[in-house]
Design a binder for this molecule. Sequence first.
Ligand code: TPP
Ligand code: MG
Length: 892
Amino acid sequence: MDNELSTQPHGMEDVEIQEWLESLDSVLESSGPEVAAEILERLRAHATVNGIDLPFSANTPYANTVPVRLQPLFPGDQELERRIKSLIRWNALAMVVRANRVEHNIGGHISTYASAATLYEVGFNHFFRARTEEFEGDTVYFQGHASPGIYARAFLEGRLSAQKLENFRRELKPDGGLSSYPHPWLMPDFWEFPTVSMGLSPLMAIYQARFNRYLEDRGMKPVTDAKVWAFLGDGETDEPESLGAITLASREKLDNLIFVVNCNLQRLDGPVRGNGQIIQELESAFRGAGWNVIKVLWGSEWDPIFERDTEGLLVKRMGELVDGEYQKLVVSSGAYVREHFFGSDPRLLQLVDPMSDESLRRLRLGGHDPRKVYAAYKAAVEHKGSPTVILARTIKGYGLGEAGEGKNVTHQQKKLNEDELREFRSRFGIPLNDEDCIEVPFYRPPEDSVEIQYLRARREALGGYVPKRSIRAKPLVADHDELFKEFLEGSESREVSTTMAFVGMLRKMLKDAEIGKLIVPIVPDEARTFGMESLFRTAGIYSSVGQKYEPVDVNTLLYYKEAKDGQILEEGITEAGSMASCIAAGTAYATHGINAIPFFIYYSMFGFQRIADFIWAAADMRTRGFLLGGTSGRTTLSGEGLQHQDGNSQILALPVPNIKAYDPAFAYEIAVIIQDGIRRMYKDGENVFYYITVMNEPYAMPSMPGNVKDGILRGMYLFRPATHSKTKLRAQLFGSGAILNEALRAQEILETKYGVAADVWSVTSYKELYNDGNETERWNRLHAGEKPRVPYVSKCLADAPGVLVAASDYLKTLPNMISKWMPRRLASLGTDGFGRSEGRASLRDFFEVDSRFITLASLHELFVDGKIERSVLDKAVKDLGINTDKPNPVTS
Ligand SMILES: Cc1ncc(C[n+]2csc(CCOP(=O)(O)OP(=O)(O)O)c2C)c(N)n1
Ligand SMILES: [Mg+2]
């Protein structure tokens, strides 16, 4: 830290240092600060070359970054804005207190907004521009726990009724309520971005800002000065996602991005850095990463003290305190501040000698002073060439007094006693008498009051209300039958994997007249794995600076082509970042009125397993588009072993309500799913998105056997019926993904070797079948008097004879989920357990999902049913070469 300005360098004469300073001063005077800076930079380089170990610090002193002399005039009516803010404070508090009076423990947060009110109000009154017909608008990520304040403002704006506020956290009330936090799923006309899972919104905001540039560079939207604002907590910055992508933002020179970190020095349990300084820590991280850092630490009341301090003692002292001490100071009396803060040096005491204890207590922090906040925001929006982070010092629970201001318990504070309510009322000048105020009523001044008129006028000047979510993209019109037609034909004898088939479709989609431009291929450094490198040249890899070098493979057909209008987002090794791009693209229909269609393809094991919370947020945001889990299937991906082989993701997709999860086996299935997906999402405007696993095992792709589109989409269809259906021994085999081929091989073995006639079903989506079965059951339960409905699975299998055996490359629980709607017992084969580095055949033997095990399971079921003799079973075990003592893959 920079507190050692006055320390005398070892062994150096005063006069010598004076000479150096004087010559710098003279350069400053004669040639200006740029030349002086250049000289210092050259000196630094010279010193390093000569072995001088210069200490590195990315910190500036513990002071405001915008000096008083550069502070702009505050353009608003400060007193009026304070009154409006006070009303919002009151209503935000009232929402939480009232909600918890009605239902104990319903929760809610007072202290987060209390600390951030000025940060938001300056934004609302002077900076956040709404989305209009003419202008795309600024994008604001609100800190999730500050939601009561955002609702309270919308109440004053006349956008939310008192009834809605009354039902905060009681969304199921007949007249509706308000969701606890920002959730577009629950309040689709209001919230745009879910922010409450900490760390997601900073990362999403970075990729949103980058995606905005991508759209501009590709000529899909006009170049504007729209900003992305992300408000976060200081505690939130501990989440790795919060800071994990900050170098992308500076590398991409995202000066359309502004982070505002509400540095109240506290998180839920206590101080963020009791023994350190979170602000200085964040400053050095962001500055080190190339961001423009603006610190807003001290309010205007401090300015005259700083001015009196010609020796820099105050800044030095401020840099000495750890946050735990600061937290104590803000809740202490003026006398305590005098003794413990200024009392460390008689010269400091002298500085505040003319001031009363009361005025010392009232020294405001920067984040509570609109003038300082305005200055910082203005500097941020005007800054060019890099993203900006504003580190604003505030007090958690500001204004709550004894009820929690600056206290460690404040985050959870939801109740105030009568005295505390009265005090809060008086402090913020709410026009309620002693009696009324303890009822904590919502208070909105009359429509023609100066407060409401001012607030409305400010928003009008900024284009309308924020936050507000609306869908501005027009639905697509084409049916795309032509586009997908060729994929319904088979590949003849040519062996391709479903991944290759998908890439073929992507290539064709990119050329389509309607959707070609809208496609956004996203890949985290895995394009070659998926055979997508051919797209590098044709579609180009997006780079905001084009390609400054001649690629090493320029002479090859498929060279690595980066271009300013490149279409592919090659994100590097970041599934989280890629998902954030996917979210930005998949919500562009709302944020930009553009039907961008993301296809995010990644190593399937690093999807749901690694970034499930982002996928959850995507679902909440009504993201559209396709996630493709590449190289999936525990036994289909050979060689890679335990970490890569995915037998999980189809299970992990289950909890996300609006994601459709498919495990297709053939190219035509994928074509049907994607074509229908585009229709549902971009023509019919359904709020679903898709997860499709694609595999890397090559085999001949059959053509679509008749019109099975409906079955593909609903989750299962009969792919290949048995040839001798009159046979006594019957079986129904269910296969998905590449494992369908094992079921087809088992069908042959069963028929030729054991006289069992088996039908083979392709199960494209257990999740669809599961949802359908549950919904049918539910409907029947709620409509007992009516003709019962029949689950799709039951309908399919109504006349299907014989034993039932399912096999997939995922956990056994997947088929088991739907077994209750089957006519008989189901034997399930799956890949529970850790993967192994091995070849495909050995893996399928190890996990017991190959054609031999499907055959054995079928025969065993027939044996249990008394349809075949034990001797047939024993012989089969031998003939199939099955080791009955083999280890259990689940436990080995
Ligand atoms: C990923 C995640 N983990 C934990 C929580 C629970 N949580 C909610 S608020 C909070 C503390 C927030 O502190 P800070 O970020 O400093 O925000 P402040 O309220 O102080 O502005 C925690 C731990 C969460 N919402 N998300
Ligand atoms: Mg905090």
